[in-house]
Ligand binder design. Sequence first.
Ligand code: SF4
Length: 378
Amino acid sequence: MAEPVRPEIRGWCPGAHRPMMAADGLVVRVRPPLGRLTPVQATGLADLAEAFGTGFLELTSRANLQIRGVKDHLSVLERLAALGLLDDDPDFEARRNVILDPFRHAQDADLAAALIEGLRGAEFAALPGKFGFAIDAGPERRLAQTSGDIRLESSGGGLILRADGQDLGVHVSREQAVTLALDLARWFIASGGVGPDGRGRMRRLLGSTALPAQFQGVERPAAAARPITPGAQGHMTLIAGAFGQLAACDLRALGSVATALLMTPWRMIALEGTAPGLSPDAITDARDPRLGVHACTGAPGCPQATVETRALAARLAPLVKGGLHVSGCAKGCAHPGPEALSLVGRDGRFDLVRNGAPWDTPALTGLDPNAISDVIRR
Ligand code: SF4
């Protein structure tokens, strides 16, 4: 058997205007303004997912939602626009990648709004699709594991601006913060941070290019918070969906009890107060075994898959002690990295990789999906 090779991962992110084609239809990404949904928007999105999609919404690590299986893109766009969930300009939609700590939405939404407004400038059109900003200004950094090229964070001395890849940041006042963050983005573009293929990240640029003195500081960012889990967290409740998918009926139910729903980069939705009764697909308990399992779309939704993934993952979740990744193919979209056990679809069966990534050499090959639980238990 030929040695598996890691497949190419695309650098482009789908948006509402520029959806991605999958086997079951289009994947339409919705970017709620400032990471917040009103009850009307939540209900409208749930209706959209049921009428035009699969009836589920995917929660992304960029604090967005995705409707899958869309065949009538135009109708979806019209309804998103009516809900106030569509940007007029597709280019602007692609570059307003600003994530803020949802627990601090009330304190920091003004910074995010100013930053997003600044990014309207045509000079920022060159920013890569994956380039983003993180606003993480609490006493503990809840976004420490969240991707962000330019970061506004807290330190012992107040707010700092930190380029991703630097250990230290420069002190900024709240009044200066957005201006300096946009200046850093301008420097990134002017310094060749964007490659000929349109990709680029700050950390990579800083590997070869020195940061100007004005962006260098001596302030260390605050300590990282403990990982956020589903359930009650302070004044908020966080709700995850099995394998990152929230049922439309659950989104509707959440919208019916909250004044606003907050998107998080932890593939959960947050609301103030307690959650209503939800379907078995929703996760509100940090001990739910499905939380330790990754599973991609698989068949029939993904054209590269020859196996179903999520039903198998749900069945195996209570049986595994370490981590498990059920991947429809060697690309490993749901978790592009090593895992204790990776089941990788190939020609309708599964290969098993131990302590490796889906594209690594498997320990066992050609496993029957119906007999895998016996192998896992061994
Ligand atoms: S890993 Fe899953 S979602 Fe990604 S291409 Fe393969 S089958 Fe499709």
